[in-house]
Design a protein. Structure first.
Length: 471
C-alpha cells in the first residue's frame, strides 16, 4: 500500500485500508454465486493487509437500517447494507439489467428505458453513498466495481470524500454509437469521469469509453495514452484483464476429479464417450441458443460422432424476473428437447441441459474431465470459465478450448480454437476439429494458454490496478 504524501511528512500514520464496493458481497457462509467479480475481490483482499468488502446484503426491507452489518473472516471485513424494497426491482431488474446490461452487451433489441427505473438506480446509489460515507476514513482507498454502481464515485465526491476512488467495469463498454440509445448516457459518462482511475477488461472497451467521453466533452477532453485530461484534473484509464489463480484452480480441479462424488458419477455416466462441456449463467449474452444450434449442426454433419459424444450444458437460472431470461430458458428447453428427439438412441442422450447450481469445486472437476470446453458467448467482458478450463486441465492429456472471438478472453487465449458464435457451421467444424485433435497439438495449445494465464494472474490484476490507483 502506498502512503499519502502528508503521512510521509511526519504526520501520524493510520493504516490505509482498501475498501472494495460492489452491488453484492460474497458474505462467508451465505450462498452467493462465485463469479468473476467475487473471485477477483476476494483475491484482492486476501493479502497480509486485509481489507473491507462493502455492498448489498442480498436483503431488502421497507425501511432498512442505515447502519451496516459487519463480520470478519480470514482478515477480511464484510460490511453489508440492506436496500429499500420500494426501489430495488426498478433498480436491479429494471435499469441495471433491462437498460445497462443489454446495451453494454450490444443487444439493443433487449434494451428498454423507463425514467422511473433510472430514478430508482440513482436512489439506490445514493443509499450506498450515504452508508459508505460514514465508513470511509482518511487514507482509505476505495475501489468500486461494475455497472450497478457507476454513479457512486461522483456521489461520494458530493459528500466530501477525498479518498482515491477507482472504478472497474467487468462487462463490456459499448461504442458511443450504441451507448447513445440510453437517454441518460451523458450523465453516466460524467459520473465515470469523477473517478481517479477507470479500468476495463480489454482495449476495445477502453476505446468505447474514449468515444463516449469525446462525444460528451468534445474538445474539453484531452486524451493521453493512459489518462484523460478534463477541467484541470487527470483521470487515469487502463486495461486490466482479470485472471485466475492457476495453481489453486488446478489443485482444486485435480482433487475434485479424484474425490468429488458428482464428478465421479458424470464420468461413469459417460460410458467412455467424449465430453463437451459448457458452464454459463443463464443469460442471452452467453450465446446458448446459438451453441445448441451449432451442436445440432455437428451431429448432422458428422454422423460418425453420434453415440460417441455427449454435450453437457450447465446453466443456472439468473434474473428470472426479467422477461428476456424467461424467454431464453424456454428457447433452450425446446432446443434441447428437439436435439434429443432427433438424435437420441435407447442408450444415448446427445445433450444434457442442467438448470442447477453446482459448487465451484464440483465445476472445477467437471472442467478437468471435459475433452472440449465450449465457451461461445455472443458478447462477454472476459469469461473466466474459459481461463478456468485451461487451468483445470491435465497438462499431459489436455482438452481443447473452443472460444468465441467476442469474449474478452479471446485476446489472451490464442491457443483456443476461436470462432464466431453466430456461424453455426464454423462452430460445428471447430468442435469436430477439437474432438479429433492430436495429442501433440493439444499439449502445445494448452501450454501456450497456460503461459498466458500465468503471465496475467488474478494477483497481477488487482495489484496492477491498486498500484496505479494509489500512485
Amino acid at each position: 500500500m502506498v502512503w499519502p504524501e502528508h503521512w510521509l511528512a511526519g504526520e501520524p500514520k493510520v493504516m490505509a485500508r482498501l475498501i472494495v464496493v460492489s452491488n453484492r458481497v460474497a458474505v462467508p457462509d451465505q450462498s452467493v454465486p462465485a463469479g468473476g467479480l467475487a473471485t477477483g475481490v476476494l483475491a484482492a483482499l486476501s493479502g497480509p493487509d486485509g481489507g473491507v468488502w462493502f455492498g448489498w446484503s442480498g436483503k431488502t426491507h421497507e425501511s432498512p437500517s442505515v447502519e451496516p452489518k459487519e463480520q470478519e473472516k480470514n482478515g477480511i471485513r464484510f460490511v453489508t447494507i440492506d436496500l429499500p424494497t420500494a426501489n430495488f426491482d426498478a433498480y436491479y431488474d429494471g435499469f441495471c439489467n433491462g437498460s445497462l446490461w443489454p446495451l453494454h452487451h450490444y443487444f439493443p433489441g433487449a434494451f428498454r428505458y423507463a425514467p422511473a427505473e433510472f430514478d430508482a438506480y440513482m436512489t439506490v446509489n445514493r443509499y450506498f453513498a450515504d452508508a459508505l460515507v460514514k465508513f470511509v476514513r482518511e487514507g482509505d482507498v476505495v475501489w468500486v466495481h461494475d455497472y450497478q454502481l457507476i454513479p457512486l464515485g461522483a456521489l461520494l465526491r458530493e459528500r466530501g470524500v477525498k479518498a482515491r476512488i477507482g472504478f472497474f467495469l467487468h462487462i463490456p463498454y459499448p461504442n458511443i454509437a450504441v451507448l447513445r440509445l440510453l437517454p441518460t448516457y451523458a450523465e453516466l459518462v460524467r459520473d465515470m469521469c469523477q473517478y481517479d482511475l477507470v479500468g476495463f477488461q480489454t482495449s476495445e472497451d477502453l476505446d468505447g469509453f474514449n468515444s463516449a467521453v469525446k462525444a460528451v466533452f468534445r474538445s474539453d477532453a484531452a486524451f493521453e495514452l493512459d489518462s484523460i485530461g478534463l477541467g484541470g484534473r487527470s483521470i487515469g484509464v487502463g486495461v486490466f484483464p482479470i485472471g485466475v489463480d492457476v495453481d489453486a484452480v488446478a489443485h482444486q480441479a485435480e482433487e475434485a476429479a479424484k474425490n468429488d462424488e458428482q464428478v465421479k458419477r458424470l464420468v461413469q455416466s459417460m460410458l467412455g464417450r467424449k465430453l463437451l462441456l459448457g458452464v454459463d449463467r443463464l443469460d442471452y449474452s452467453k450465446g446458448l441458443v446459438e451453441r445448441f444450434a451449432s451442436y445440432q449442426a455437428l451431429l448432422k454433419s458428422s454422423p460418425d460422432l453420434q453415440g460417441k459424444i455427449t454435450f453437457v450444458q450447465i446453466a443456472p437460472l439468473s434474473r428470472i424476473n426479467v422477461t428476456a431470461y424467461g424467454d431464453i430458458r424456454d428457447a433452450l428447453e425446446r432446443a434441447a428437447g428437439h436435439i434429443n428427439g432427433q438424435f437420441a438412441d435407447a442408450d444415448w442422450t446427445p445433450i444434457r441441459y442442467l438448470n442447477k447450481d453446482f459448487s465451484h469445486q464440483t465445476l472445477s472437476g467437471f472442467l478437468r474431465i471435459a475433452n472440449v470446453g465450449v465457451v461461445t458467448p455472443v458478447r462477454d467482458g472476459m469469461n473466466l470459465v474459459a481461463k478456468e478450463f485451461v487451468a483445470a486441465q491435465n497438462g499431459d492429456d489436455p482438452g481443447v478450448l473452443v472460444l468465441s472471438s467476442l469474449a474478452g478472453a479471446a485476446q489472451e487465449l490464442s491457443g483456443a480454437l476461436l470462432v464466431n458464435p453466430y456461424d453455426n457451421a464454423a462452430v460445428a467444424l471447430a468442435l469436430q476439429q477439437a474432438l479429433a485433435m492430436p495429442l501433440a497439438e493439444r499439449r502445445s495449445r494448452h501450454e501456450s494458454m497456460l503461459n498466458s494465464l500465468r503471465a496475467n494472474s488474478i494477483s497481477d490484476w488487482h495489484e496492477s490496478f491498486v498500484s496505479r490507483l494509489t500512485a
